[in-house]
Design a protein around this ligand. Structure first.
Ligand code: TPP
Ligand code: MG
Length: 322
């Protein structure tokens, strides 16, 4: 396992703070009625997002799902453009036409969030086929939830990727629920990663999805395996979303005790303690990093609020390729 540089460790921490602060702010803006449409938050799942994405390289690709804020931020999207997109403004990353569930950043390898559960999987294997045919050496990280593994497209895409030995990592971020449905009530095996065996590909469980280093180290090893042309892999990790499924979910199906138990396993506090204990940063330095991250998010809100609404005519643009 290669040693991770101090700069990289601190940068990963910063990205987790950005996810937390960004989504906490978006939640406030939702409550003020400033965000059209539905929003799904990544709070609690920061390590699962950052640890995986930090292990791929510039030029690689991701696909995401409806809970895509954390993945977009881990892919270093411009926060101003993302906030403007979420508020439906013309300066948004998709000119205000996508919103929270369709954030994309094609120039930087983010092929997009997706409101259709499992919708990113077909795109991921298409992108992976392109990399293979063009021999680019690039790989695709396909991110989705636990519930998405019960979509038909999961079977079709993992099977096809296996047959064609495509450079794609299927990554299931298991937060225990698909909306209000516990995953344990809709599969008859303990974990979705066990399904890898039926496609003849390796499957891995990263048990502590709130442990940034556990995620990063395992991903680093797997990214190398996939980049070397060995075909796809299915990875699952266990984490938890602190908020309801979406901005409109009061979360009646989970007990307060369960939510509190997971909050004690806060991925950011865990990594913060590691950085302090290993002498990489002081508490004061990390608190300052947090304060700067919050400032960045406030800036993004100002940018979004002062951005224009999309014009009526723009509704007919970007529909067909010119
Ligand atoms: C094809 C399809 N079916 C149903 C829905 C409604 N829906 C939106 S999110 C969701 C649950 C997804 O659960 P999971 O994959 O575990 O992701 P999580 O929200 O937990 O991150 C469902 C059923 C949808 N958007 N698309
Ligand atoms: Mg889920």
């Amino acid at each position: 396992m290669a040693e991770i540089s101090k700069e990289k460790l601190l940068h990963m921490h910063k990205l987790m703070l950005d996810i937390r602060n960004f989504d906490n702010k978006v939640n406030q803006m939702v409550k003020k009625g400033k965000v059209p449409g539905m929003t799904h938050f990544s709070v609690g799942e920061e390590a699962a997002n950052v640890g995986a994405i930090a292990a791929i390289s510039q030029g690689d690709f991701i696909t995401s799902n409806h809970r895509g804020h954390g993945q977009s931020i881990a892919m270093e999207i411009d926060l101003n453009g993302m906030m403007a997109e979420i508020m439906g403004k013309a300066n948004g990353t998709c000119k205000g036409k996508g919103g929270s569930m369709h954030i994309a950043d094609l120039d930087n390898g983010n092929l997009g969030a997706n409101g259709i559960v499992g919708g990113g999987m077909g795109m991921a294997i298409g992108a992976a086929l392109t990399q293979k045919m063009k021999n680019t050496g690039k790989i695709v990280l396909c991110c989705f939830g636990d519930g998405a593994c019960n979509e038909g497209t999961f079977h079709e895409c993992v099977n096809l990727a296996s047959i064609w030995k495509l450079p794609v990592i299927f990554y299931s971020i298991n937060n225990k629920y698909g909306i209000s449905t516990p995953i344990s009530s809709v599969i008859n095996i303990e974990y979705n990663y066990l399904r890898a065996a039926s496609y003849g590909i390796p499957g891995y469980l990263i048990e502590d999805g709130n442990d940034l280093l556990q995620i990063y180290n395992k991903f680093e090893e797997i990214v190398k395996y996939v980049r070397e042309g060995n075909g796809p892999v299915l990875i699952e990790t266990l984490t938890y979303r602190w908020f309801g499924h979406s901005s409109s979910d009061p979360g009646k199906y989970r007990t307060k005790e369960e939510v509190d138990e997971w909050k004690k396993k806060d991925p950011i506090l865990k990594f913060k303690a590691h950085l302090i204990e290993s002498g990489i940063a002081t508490e004061a330095e990390l608190d300052e990093m947090d304060a700067k991250s919050k400032e960045g998010v406030e800036e993004a809100v100002k940018f979004a609020q002062s951005s224009p609404e999309p014009s009526l005519e723009s509704a007919f643009e970007d529909i067909f390729v010119d």
